[in-house]
Design a protein around this ligand. Structure first.
Ligand code: NI
Length: 436
């Protein structure tokens, strides 16, 4: 059990849901033993019994909980910049799906490794993935050292039943790996690709296994129209009717909601993942995030896949969320910097059912990051929370710890071979697009 002490850093615990500016951070120290945080407090308060094997000087740095990317398709890094600035259905049907049909398990393994490299460097410690070849994704996560919640993407029909079995096999092997570093969810793709009868089967399996469900919900107007035409209901109404919300649900997007649908999400404690950059880039719309927060819905943040973002950077996503809702409401008080940071940390942990994560507090899992403040764009320091949302860049991340293990030091990823990943990804993308 490695014992690590981080001293002299600014600490943003994110423990309080509402915090006055003066209560949001302080200068102090964090002690980690094994996979857990054992102490967070002012300088010199750690117990004299704590014998650190390693002491990290946090001078000039800010410590915060590792960021949680609560909705992505990690291996879609392979498709980054392959198709942009196209109408959604043309983008999907003519560009993305044909290329995805040729993906091999090995492609997904290397695409996921690239995304892990990118996310770790950007201070992301956990991601929730929905894709295919999830065994290879799990291997990449195991080797890269990140925390992940994995869901095999499932569409209805014959292939759907096979994908349900794959999920069960994945869960048998990986759910709870290393005390929960890897967890598994069912991943029915969306209401318009999974018919109600099929979704009922997913719910039944989820109840039997105790796993949660990760789904895309109410992402576009086209989806709302299709569901209305087919079933005479709105997407959230239909999901309530099929019983989806009787198990823990992580719902990505929720862009197009009627006010009563927000209440349904709140009443069933459905966790929503907001993906502002993907919603903007695909012109899906603006999710009613201020309304959901006001109603008491947990709203986390995600990047979605790299083909519709195009990076996996939650600092950018926090900034986008804060700015998008301010301009949409013509109200600069909407989505404060602290709220945006909360969405990327403790709300993300809640969204994935990881209750002892996302806060710097004794007893919580030791997933944390140190951001280097010694940068021109981070002087002076009137408000460090505002800096993290409005001024920090992913490249300012200095140190990343997941499960008590240091994976990034001075911006360099220790757990992965960067050059090898670039080479393998180039080979895979050249083959997929027919270039040599
Ligand atoms: Ni998605």
């Amino acid at each position: 059990m490695a014992k690590i002490l981080i001293k002299n850093c600014v600490i943003i615990p994110m423990e309080k849901e509402l915090a006055d500016p003066g209560e949001r951070y302080f200068t102090g120290e964090i002690a980690v033993s094994g996979r857990r945080i054992v102490h967070v407090g002012p300088q010199g308060t750690v117990s004299s019994d704590f014998q650190a094997e390693r002491v990290i000087d946090g001078t000039g740095k800010v410590a915060l909980p590792g960021l949680i990317n609560a909705h992505t398709h990690a291996a879609m890094t392979l498709l980054r910049s392959y198709a942009d600035d196209l109408p959604l259905m043309q983008w999907l049907e003519q560009r993305i799906w044909p290329l995805e049909a040729n993906l091999t398990p090995e492609d997904v393994y290397w695409g996921t490794k690239l995304s892990i490299l990118e996310m770790l460097k950007a201070g992301i410690t956990t991601f929730a993935d929905m894709y295919l070849f999830m065994e290879q994704v799990a291997q990449a996560v195991q080797e890269g050292g990140m925390r992940a919640s994995l869901a095999r993407g499932i569409v209805g029909g014959e292939r759907g039943l096979a994908a349900l079995r794959e999920t069960e096999e994945l869960a048998d092997k990986w759910h709870g790996f290393e005390e929960g570093r890897i967890t598994v969810m069912f991943g029915p793709h969306a209401p318009y690709t999974c018919p109600p009868e099929f979704l009922k089967e997913v719910v039944k399996k989820a109840k039997q296994s105790g796993l949660g469900i990760h789904i895309h919900l109410a992402e576009t107007l086209d989806e709302v129209q299709r569901i209305k035409n087919r079933y005479g209901k709105l997407p959230v109404e239909l999901m309530e009717e099929v019983g989806l919300f009787e198990v823990p649900v992580t719902a990505a997007h929720c862009v197009h909601l009627e006010p009563h649908e927000i209440n349904i999400l709140r009443d069933y404690n459905v966790k929503v993942v907001h993906n502002p950059e993907s919603n903007m880039k695909l012109a899906s719309g603006i999710a009613p995030v201020p309304e959901m927060l006001e109603a008491g819905v947990t709203v986390a943040l995600g990047t979605d896949g790299a083909a519709s973002n195009n990076n996996l950077d939650l600092f950018g996503e926090m900034r986008a969320a804060a700015l998008l809702h301010k301009v949409n409401k013509l109200d600069s008080t909407v989505i404060s910097a602290y709220q945006a940071l909360q969405m990327a940390t403790r709300a993300g942990a809640k969204a994935l059912g990881l209750e002892d994560l996302g806060v710097l507090k004794a007893g919580y899992k030791a997933d944390l990051i140190l951001v280097d403040l010694e940068k021109p764009h981070l002087y002076p320091r009137h408000d460090i929370v505002a800096h993290l949302v409005y001024a920090v860049q992913a490249a300012d991340v200095d140190t990343v710890m997941v499960d008590g293990r240091i994976l990034v030091e001075k911006g360099q990823v220790l757990s992965l071979d960067e050059e090898e990943i670039y080479r393998k990804v180039k080979e895979a993308s050249d083959r997929l697009t027919g270039q040599h």
